[in-house]
Design a protein around this ligand. Structure first.
Ligand code: NAD
Length: 343
């Protein structure tokens, strides 16, 4: 089994090489998968890709024509793969959960950092500036947090917030009755929340779920946390709402146009993206570089499940457990009871 890895970083290589089975060959490419680089996959059985690789329809056609049988995502989200187009051509699998704790805890870390101005205090005390001016936060206790998407990560984040005695509101098409939170409409969540955290996938329905209209409906001073996908937020609308003092803080682990920026050392370069540069310049905006998944537990789980997925695809004769199946046109909910591969 020959696997071509795209967009690999030292921590990916380490995690995968630690668990490499002797019957698999791994080739690690630094470059992202795209139409320009897809030819590198020639001669391999599968490609292993991450969040900013681009498996669009044309790339999938090339992979198919080169005889590549499997796209193994080493992440949970799959908005960068045209799963519908891949149907009947190239199978797609992902790692549905590698450590939902890693992402939920990062969202909580950003919430606390932002509210208690830890990012400011850290820099000040490094310069022996012990002034407290401008560092006033607010008690989380008793505040209302709105969780959009209460799946694996959203549930853990909701429970962390309950630990702070916050009131938790949820919005999800599939409410979890056992979570012990109050489900409300999206508008109601916007209206009532002091903090809003995004944990739904990026789909046609959720793209720019945070936009001009939605920020208008929010409380003045609301904090917005996004550890899910950049495309959930219309960044220009967010910037405007921050400038108007409507949004009080933003914590962004993801950004819609992150693909050529995040994960790379751009210090010493001029940042061409004016919206991102302006957001980063704001004292009440914290940006991390798609870091929420990055714990040693998560990296090890990602490698283990990805290797299992690849083995199960090439050697198993039943269903591929983590296949992103498109047989009945609904990726999220067509897996139940399946006893064979998608096609
Ligand atoms: P999940 O599938 O367990 O949960 C997603 C939830 O969102 C589900 O309950 C689903 O019903 C809900 N949902 C779907 N469409 C919705 C909509 N239109 N409105 C409201 N809710 C909707 O996924 P998860 O494991 O919790 O991951 C959530 C997201 O986190 C992923 O899609 C991925 O984009 C992101 N993620 C980010 C990182 C990171 O490092 N920043 C790492 C892993 C995952």
């Amino acid at each position: 089994m020959k696997i071509a890895f795209f967009d690999t970083k030292p921590y990916d290589k380490e995690a995968f090489l630690n668990q490499k089975p002797s019957d698999m060959d791994f080739k690690f490419f630094d470059t992202k998968l795209s139409l320009d680089t897809v030819s590198l996959a020639a001669g391999y059985d599968a490609v292993c890709i991450f969040v900013n690789d681009d498996a669009n329809a044309e790339v999938i056609d090339k992979l198919y024509s080169e005889g590549i049988k499997l796209i193994a995502l080493r992440c949970a989200g799959y908005n960068n793969v045209d799963v519908k187009h891949a149907f009947n051509k190239v199978h797609v699998c992902h790692v549905p959960a590698y450590s939902p704790y890693a992402v939920a805890e990062h969202a909580a870390a950003m919430m606390l950092t932002s509210n208690r101005r830890i990012h400011k205090a850290y820099n000040r005390t490094k310069e022996f500036n012990f002034s407290l001016s401008g560092l006033t936060g607010f008690d989380l206790h008793g505040k209302t947090v709105g969780v959009i998407g209460t799946g694996k990560i959203g549930k853990i984040f909701a429970n962390i917030c309950k630990g702070f005695s916050m009131r938790v509101l949820g919005y999800d098409m599939y409410p979890d009755k056992d979570l012990g939170i109050e489900y409300v409409s999206l508008d109601e969540l916007f209206k009532q929340s002091d903090i809003i955290s995004l944990h739904c996938p990026l789909t046609n329905e959720t793209r720019h779920i945070i936009n001009r209209d939605s920020t208008d409906k929010m409380k003045k001073g609301v904090s917005i946390i996004n550890t899910s996908r950049g495309g959930l937020i219309d960044a220009e609308a967010l910037l405007e709402a921050i400038k108007e003092r409507k949004v009080g803080a933003a914590c962004l682990d993801v950004y819609e146009e992150e693909a050529d920026i995040f994960f790379e050392d751009k210090s010493g370069h001029i940042l061409d993206d004016d919206v991102l540069a302006r957001l980063i310049s704001m004292p009440n905006v914290i940006v991390t570089s798609h870091q929420a998944f990055l714990t040693s537990e998560a990296l090890s789980n990602i490698a283990e499940v990805t290797i299992q997925n690849i083995r199960s695809f090439f050697e198993g004769d039943g269903a591929l457990q983590n296949e992103l199946c498109y047989r009945c046109g609904n990726i999220e909910h067509c897996k139940k009871g399946r006893k064979e591969k998608c096609f």
